[in-house]
Write a protein that binds this ligand. Structure first.
Ligand code: NAD
Length: 243
């Protein structure tokens, strides 16, 4: 029960990684405030549904979570969107969506959460970035630059707020078997199950990640077991480097 008496906010809580993460945090004693556009399918202590493209909503989320739970010790900026295609295919709307959800929302949430955590003596923030944010793959410039920005934000905040007892880290997955990955295959007219089988063969550990594999890393980074880990960008890739 690593999270007894801990209060956590998780974004993207209805998604593939988010749902599993929330269940794992709660199984270890955390009280969790969940947010996504619709969290009705997620068990949690507080439901704070909304759109992360809404600036005021993001600014208010940490305070609302703290009020609903009685404090805020952990923030997991896990929501994300992927926009595909090279830069000539990227619209202004794609840019606004990708940067809004993947960068501006975590920026706003961290900015509001850090003073609350500092006042309470510390906390842990874990961002879900991507291995592509560390080493770019092909044909996803918007997604990749957004995840690189999130990785950089992670390191900046870790450095600036460690003295307040706030640890900021990120997990950087390669492919994870979630709706984000599977809908990408479906859009391209591929059978997601077959496509995942083929991808599995490309990973030295023998399979792409399941949500639990990534949630476990987030759980570690959020826990006191990672008390000396601050500013880390932890790759979870089954030994598959970005091609
Ligand atoms: P997912 O699509 O299942 O979950 C993402 C969640 O974010 C969804 O529930 C979605 O509703 C929510 N979200 C998106 N835009 C939102 C908005 N405007 N307002 C509120 N909520 C919004 O995908 P996932 O794979 O579980 O993704 C979790 C994180 O992992 C993301 O940050 C993603 O970039 C990252 N990631 C995923 C993979 C992968 O292969 N699946 C690889 C590397 C990193």
């Amino acid at each position: 029960m690593r999270f007894n008496n801990k209060n956590a906010l998780v974004t993207g809580a209805s998604g593939g990684i988010g749902k599993v993460l929330v269940a794992m945090l709660r199984a270890e004693g955390a009280r969790v405030a969940v947010t996504d556009r619709d969290t009705s399918g997620v068990q949690a202590e507080a439901h704070l549904d909304g759109d992360l493209l809404d600036d005021a909503f993001c600014d208010g989320l940490p305070g609302q979570a703290a009020e609903a739970l009685g404090g805020l010790d952990i923030v997991c900026n896990n929501a994300g969107v992927i926009t595909r295609g090279n830069i000539t295919l990227a619209t202004d709307a794609d840019y606004a969506l990708t940067m809004g959800v993947n960068v501006e929302a975590p920026f706003r949430i961290c900015r509001a959460a850090i003073p609350l955590m500092a006042q309470a003596g510390g906390g842990a923030i874990v961002n879900t970035a991507s291995c592509w944010g560390l080493s770019p793959g092909p044909d996803h410039p918007l997604y990749i630059m957004s995840k690189a920005a999130l990785a950089s934000l992670t390191q900046c905040l870790a450095r600036d707020h460690a003295h307040q007892g706030i640890r900021v880290n990120a997990v950087c997955p390669n492919e994870v078997n979630t709706p984000m990955l599977r809908t990408g295959f479906a859009i391209r007219g591929l059978d997601p199950d077959k496509a995942v089988d083929e991808l599995n063969a490309s990973v030295p550990l023998g399979r792409i990640a399941e949500p639990e594999d990534i949630a476990d890393v987030i759980i570690f980074l959020a826990s006191d077991a990672a008390r000396y880990v601050c500013g880390a960008l932890v790759e979870a890739n089954g030994a598959k480097p970005v091609a």
